[in-house]
Design a protein around this ligand. Structure first.
Ligand code: PBG
Length: 322
């Protein structure tokens, strides 16, 4: 093998044009999904624009802008007017997400509509499933029915794919069965297959008003120390009928993204979550780093690790940057 001085890897780094020519990983805005929060009242978040809330009126305009900029897909989250113990707003046919879906499906038909399927934004206690009085934790099997109902209401309202993010055991199968039984065999299930209990969801919980009122989510979301367990989660979700496997958060789990890419042939998604976005935004605002460069570098590394599609609050900015 030729070594220095004959071999000089810097030769191909000499000019921008050369670097372009040999670049292994490129970002393409068509691989990106923009999360959108829909709420009864719009709420601008100037510090974190990706965490702003849109009303039913303003979400259509935003979706239009995204589609014209080249972003092909959105992931909808709802902040309901009222919450209750069960989280019944999640499957209300006239709930905030269902109404947004009907509007968007009609007015921006070119956009792929994904929905987050979970109860935490709709429950008064902020947990992702059924909580019984005087009992710690979330009841798994009772939650499945509510998630299935939620997914079905999204499909009825025009979702292209539903994304269960609650981390109950058996939810992908429950959702798939409910969709098929109702004649929605065309609707895809994008499973948040390996979702870790993460501090990086902080800004999201503020935007979606979904922080747990007591305790935490470690009894259902994954322990960050575990990677083999992520593969088991994926295996089960594939067996239950998942169409896409998602890993989340992205940057702390690049090894998991890469392992899932190696092991499975399904499309792999990664969620570059609110805290990953907020860290860079905050440092950028202080002049400690260049937001755009840091964002591009982060997203490139997520793609290089093996993600086919990436959910990111930078999706809209990215369309302008690329
Ligand atoms: C709902 C859900 C959460 C996120 C996506 N879906 C919050 C949570 O699990 O606490 C987090 C997304 C982000 O931080 O950007 N369960």
């Amino acid at each position: 093998m030729a070594t220095f001085p004959r071999t000089r890897l810097r030769r191909l780094r000499r000019t921008g044009a050369l670097r372009e020519l040999v670049r292994e990983t490129r970002l393409d805005v068509r691989d990106f999904v923009m999360p959108l929060f829909v709420a009864p009242e719009p709420q601008l978040n100037e510090a974190l624009p990706g965490m702003s809330r849109f009303s039913l009126q303003t979400v259509v305009r935003e979706a239009d802008e995204l589609a014209s900029a080249g972003v092909g897909a959105v992931l909808l989250f709802g902040v309901p007017e009222e919450k209750d113990d069960e989280g019944s707003g999640a499957w209300d046919p006239d709930g905030i997400v269902q109404r947004a879906l009907r509007e968007l499906a009609e007015r921006v038909p070119e956009l792929v509509l994904l929905t987050d399927v979970c109860l935490c934004e709709y429950t008064s206690h902020g947990h992702c499933g059924v909580v019984a009085p005087d009992e710690p934790g979330v009841r798994n099997d009772e939650t499945l029915e509510l998630l299935a109902r939620t997914a079905l209401s999204h499909a009825d309202a025009g979702a292209d794919a539903v994304c269960p993010s609650d981390m109950m055991d058996g939810r992908v199968g429950a959702v798939r069965t409910a969709l098929d039984d109702a004649g929605h065999d065309e609707i895809a299930v994008v499973s948040y297959a390996a979702k870790y209990a993460s501090a990086f969801y902080g800004p999201f919980r503020e935007a979606a008003d979904s922080a747990p009122a007591f305790g935490d989510r470690r009894g259902y979301q994954m322990d960050p120390g575990n990677a083999r367990e992520a593969l088991r989660e994926c295996e089960l979700d594939v067996a239950e009928g998942a169409d896409v496997l998602m890993i989340k958060p992205a940057l702390p789990n690049l090894d998991v993204i890469s392992a899932v890419r190696e092991r499975f042939d399904l499309p792999v998604a990664a969620y570059n979550v609110s805290g990953e976005y907020a860290m860079v935004k905050a440092a950028g605002a202080r002049g400690w780093l260049d937001e755009r460069q840091a964002a591009l570098e982060s997203l490139t590394s997520i793609k290089r690790a093996g993600a086919d599609l990436i959910v990111s609050y930078w999706a809209k900015d990215l369309a302008a940057w690329l």
